[in-house]
Design a protein around this ligand. Structure first.
Ligand SMILES: Nc1ncnc2c1ncn2[C@@H]1O[C@H](COP(=O)(O)OP(=O)(O)O)[C@@H](O)[C@H]1O
Ligand SMILES: [Mg+2]
Length: 147
């Protein structure tokens, strides 16, 4: 269950705590960790997409990863390195977060998804955010929610 852990990171404090829990579990079980960040799809006009396709620029990312999120991801990598965990990687995707996270887990033999209860949204008294709620409902693997 713990040989491949997927940690969705949105840059929030709770996603960082989820990553720290995952690093510890991976070290204890000789597992590996994949961090995933899902950027929302930019609304790019069809004409621009066609231009990018014609100019063979399709592979260029049409999204921007926010600097704070990049920093959190770099910090997690540094902590992994400093504590001797070599099997860590980050993937960036664009699309709808919950669905994209669950699809990644389905296709990459993920044993457990470890994510924060809440993220960067307005707390509003809910115990779970919409992404953690949807992932817990849709995932086919174990889901660990960190608070
Ligand atoms: N865009 C995203 N990419 C990757 N992980 C995400 C993303 N958004 C949320 N998460 C994960 O889901 C957890 C809960 O966030 P979310 O459900 O969005 O709560 P909130 O409504 O407070 O923002 C975060 O701690 C993080 O682990
Ligand atoms: Mg959110």
């Amino acid at each position: 269950m713990f040989s491949h852990l997927l940690v969705p990171v949105d840059g929030s404090h709770m996603s960082l705590k989820a990553a720290e829990a995952a690093l510890k579990i991976a070290r204890d079980h000789d597992g590996r960790v994949t961090l995933i960040h899902v950027a929302r799809r930019f609304s790019v006009p069809d004409a621009v997409r066609a231009y990018l396709r014609d100019e063979h620029l399709e592979g260029e990312p049409l999204y921007d990863i926010d600097a704070a999120t990049r920093r959190v991801i770099e910090d997690i990598h540094r902590e992994a390195r400093d504590t001797g965990l070599k099997k860590i990687e980050t993937v960036f995707r664009e699309g709808r977060p919950a669905r994209t996270i669950v699809e990644y887990a389905d296709h990459h033999r993920v044993g457990a998804i470890i994510l924060g209860a809440r993220g960067l949204g307005d707390p509003e008294g809910d115990l779970l955010g919409s992404v953690s709620h949807k992932v817990a409902n849709l995932a086919h693997c174990t889901v660990i929610v960190v608070r």
